[in-house]
Write a protein that binds this ligand. Structure first.
Ligand code: ADP
Ligand code: MG
Length: 339
């Protein structure tokens, strides 16, 4: 079976044009949560603050990982009792994931792990599972059968939990919090393409985030942001190709157990809370454009950018003035959703 594992970051930060303050600029690169992370911060507290922010991300990684034996989530998935007492961070992440699961009719499902395992995405041994294997895995999922009371999580036998869909957004939010608490007013954190922007650039202009074209080289668009999380779920970030040349990506529709297929190539959610933005980007990707638009109309705390096949781009009205198409994409339409 021919396999391909792609991990192309959907978005990247453009730092050009921040001259002048170059002397104050500090950068920190590291690998955590299975992805490359980069922080750039300005000002006298930058270096120390970024060190602490990295430590906070590593702390979250340890608590939320599905594979580290000491993590809360590993303990949950290898439990002997049906209930486990989680640490505060894991409890917050599970609580947020279950809330979004409820609000999106289960498009996000933090108990989808058995299905993700059946597709081999957890071990980098991707395969198309048999219908029987998929049925067996699906029978062990269902967010309604996961119960969180304060910090105690209860799952039914055979069920497992996975915070892969919210972890990086949570980590970005927490890194931003550490930086702000340490007095940093201008910084940008990229967690494998998921962005947490602290303040604006040192010259007062917004941070500029570039969106890679899902179908090729270069950029599809550019977004200006200040004090916001920018979190993307895309089908072109992680996928494999089977022996028939068919592509299968890693975002599962919990209703079918198959990767979501609805014409969307990526969903980017822009908002204040990186944790919610991350959960939502995965859920809205599963829901498809129409349902995502309806959800956005009913919830007023985020904006989004949808890229569909055929180079069709849609942005919600809050971003209309801050987003511009680039390259080949300027030939296509830019639809603005309004409430
Ligand atoms: P990434 O983490 O690659 O940036 P996402 O935030 O969209 O992308 O999360 C995708 C990951 O979440 C998958 O790798 C898988 O572990 C898990 N996952 C896949 N589908 C779902 C789903 N419907 N609900 C919850 N988690 C999911
Ligand atoms: Mg997500």
């Amino acid at each position: 079976m021919k396999r391909l594992w792609a991990c192309l970051f959907a978005v990247c930060v453009l730092l050009a044009g921040c001259g002048g303050e170059a002397a104050e600029k500090q950068r920190r690169d590291f690998f955590a949560m299975d992805t490359y992370m980069t922080m750039t911060a300005y000002g006298p507290h930058a270096e120390e603050a970024m060190k602490e922010a990295e430590a906070r991300i590593r702390e979250l990684e340890e608590e939320l990982s599905v594979t580290r034996e000491e993590s809360n989530i590993y303990r949950m998935n290898h439990r002997t009792n049906e209930s486990v007492l989680l640490g505060a961070d894991a409890a917050e992440a599970v609580g947020a994931a279950l809330r979004i699961a409820r609000e999106t009719g289960g498009a996000l499902d933090p108990t989808i792990y058995p299905v993700v395992e059946a597709w081999g995405f957890t071990k980098d041994q991707q395969q198309v599972p048999s219908e029987e294997a998929l049925r067996e895995a699906l029978a062990r999922t269902g967010w309604q059968r996961a119960h969180l009371t304060e910090r105690t999580l209860t799952l039914e036998p055979g069920m497992e939990i996975d915070l892969g869909a919210v972890g990086k957004g949570f980590a970005g939010r927490e890194a931003g919090k550490v930086l702000r608490d340490r007095g940093v007013t201008s910084a940008i954190v990229s967690l494998g393409g998921n962005i947490e922007a602290v303040g604006a650039r040192p010259d007062g202009t917004p941070w500029r985030v570039g969106f890679r074209a899902p179908d090729g080289e270069g950029y599809a668009g550019m977004l200006s942001v200040e004090d916001a999380a920018v979190v993307t779920s895309g089908s072109y970030e992680r996928y494999f190709t089977d022996e028939n040349g068919r592509r299968w990506h890693h975002i599962i529709d919990p209703a079918t157990g198959h990767p979501a297929e609805n014409g969307l190539l990526s969903v980017t959610v822009v908002g204040r809370d990186g944790l919610s933005c991350d959960g939502l980007s995965t859920a809205l990707f599963v829901m498809g454009k129409e349902n995502a638009a309806a959800y956005w109309r009913a919830h007023h705390d985020f904006d989004m950018i949808l890229i569909e096949e055929g180079r069709r781009v849609t942005v919600t009205e809050g971003l209309a003035e801050r987003f511009a198409l680039r390259g080949e994409y300027t030939k296509g339409p830019l639809e603005v959703l309004r409430r």
